[in-house]
Design a protein around this ligand. Structure first.
Ligand code: FES
Ligand SMILES: [Fe+2]
Length: 464
């Protein structure tokens, strides 16, 4: 029985009775970068979230008009479109954009619809010299200028100006390309706020996309995103990672007025939920279930004079060095091991640190409020004196496949399948609750990033 109401100090101030992230960092074998030393948490209430936000058509329509048509969203990596004419198709809530390398140092995003009778110009990523509509052949160059109309004599009312492809705003950061459909939006720099400062040391622009797996999930995009935004679920969803995951110790940070938040979950330290766990058990669990350091499988013996965390951080340094050709001698244990995970509203989850950087992206699947596109990418660093490796194409899983079918995810595939196993039943339960509580409740601290996501949603949906 542990359902008595916990002793209340002030709301939002209660924490797990275990070493904090900062105390764990105090024992790191290397200097800790100041960005990991910062804590920023503000209690913003304990109100329930209405269930309808996860399935109602009206709420979805509001999100479309006031969020997806108004905010900056991650569209692709810059290295996916290195040459003029290379393009990626980014679809969201019925909108579609052609994100194109329009000149060597320039990227544009065109509305992916023919100005004749509206056919999508491209349905797949690729490389073209020009965009020729497959229906009647209207053609645009890669800068969006109309260059050909078959039977030109029949369209005297179309000229260079009204024949230009409409554009969305484009910005880049960290090797990612962002688009914003709103021509009057704030610049990307202002939207990202303090985020680039957090990543200054981790330089995601010096990485390339080594893994990209995509799958449709039968749930609202927020149900999916919220399955990856806290470590509270580890105890019941991923019990096998508890010997090496300090789940309840996690530090959650929100930032007033910003579009991002973060958490730091220490690895190589056992969960405080476990009564007993030896250092060797931590090492064993980590090599068997962790997937971020490629090749981290097999058996490793923990030397008697080392902590599991210091030992595994060194293993990670060696493995990452072998993988990338870069030395990681100055990287802290935290940067080599921990889940330093950021969320940039609404669709972008970049991980910090120096281990291969995981990236999640969640968005609605077309205009279905109960279906989402979920993507998992992994960025690898590379020796900057060598040519940038080519990014992988997207590996799209069918509805009947599981994430573990994507062998390139390594041990992470099975962990993601555990996360995904909840998602359809959360969606069903949110419908079921409409004759019951009709809302979800959130922990004040461990689920503060979910509340922060909804704070941003409200900020946009409540202001026309
Ligand atoms: S719809 Fe594109 S050329 Fe006719
Ligand atoms: Fe999980």
């Amino acid at each position: 029985m542990n359902i008595q109401t916990p002793k209340v100090i002030r709301a939002g101030e209660a924490r797990c009775d275990a070493p904090t992230v900062q105390e764990i960092l105090d024992r790191d074998t290397r200097p800790i970068p100041p960005v990991l030393r910062k804590q920023s948490y503000t209690y913003v209430g304990s109100d329930d979230i209405p269930a309808e936000r996860y399935f109602s058509r009206d709420w979805h329509d509001l999100e479309v008009e006031r969020v997806w048509k108004k905010v900056w969203q991650m569209a692709c990596r810059e290295e996916e479109i290195p040459e003029v004419g290379d393009h990626v198709v980014y679809d969201v809530v019925g909108m579609s954009f052609l994100v194109v390398r329009s000149a060597p140092g320039e990227i544009k995003a065109f509305v992916n619809a023919c100005l004749h009778r509206g056919r999508k110009l491209r349905t797949e990523d690729g490389a073209v010299a020009s965009f020729r509509c497959p229906y009647h052949g209207w053609t645009w160059d890669v800068t969006g200028a109309l260059t050909e109309i078959p039977c030109r004599w029949d369209f005297p009312h179309i000229d260079a100006e009204n024949g230009r492809l409409p554009e969305a705003r484009v910005g880049t950061w960290g090797g990612f390309v962002f688009i914003n459909p709103d021509p009057d939006c704030e610049p990307l720099d202002a939207y990202l706020g303090e985020l680039p400062e957090h990543f200054r040391r981790w330089r995601l622009e010096d990485c390339y996309k080594a893994v990209h797996v995509k799958k449709r999930m039968p749930a609202n995009w927020k149900v999916c995103a919220e399955a990856f935004i806290e470590s509270y679920h580890v105890i019941d969803t991923h019990p096998q990672i508890m010997p090496h995951t300090a789940d309840a110790n996690t530090q959650y940070d929100n930032y007033e007025g910003q579009h991002f938040n973060r958490m730091i979950t220490p690895m190589g330290v056992p969960s405080p939920h476990l009564d007993e766990c030896s250092g060797q058990q931590t090492v064993d669990a980590m090599v068997n279930t962790a997937g971020r350091q490629v090749g981290a499988v097999g058996t490793l013996s923990l030397p008697g004079d080392q902590t599991a965390r210091a030992f595994m951080a060194e293993v990670a340094r060696q493995r990452c060095a072998a993988l990338t050709g870069i030395a990681y001698d100055d990287a802290s244990d935290s940067e080599m091991l921990d889940a330093i995970q950021y969320f940039v509203f609404p669709n972008f989850f970049p991980w910090g640190g120096f281990s291969p950087n995981i990236i999640y992206r969640f968005r609605p699947d077309g205009n279905d409020p109960e279906s989402a596109i979920v993507e998992i990418m992994i960025l690898h660093r590379f020796d900057p004196s060598k040519p940038r490796p080519m990014p992988v194409p997207v590996h799209e899983l069918r509805d009947d496949q599981v994430w573990a079918d994507a062998a390139e995810l390594g041990g992470l595939g099975a962990v993601f399948d555990q996360d995904m196993s909840n998602i359809p039943f959360v969606q069903e339960g949110l419908h079921a609750t409409t004759v019951g509580k009709n809302a979800v409740s959130l922990g004040n601290y461990q689920e503060s990033r979910i509340r922060d996501l909804h704070r941003n949603l409200e900020r946009y949906t409540q202001h026309a």
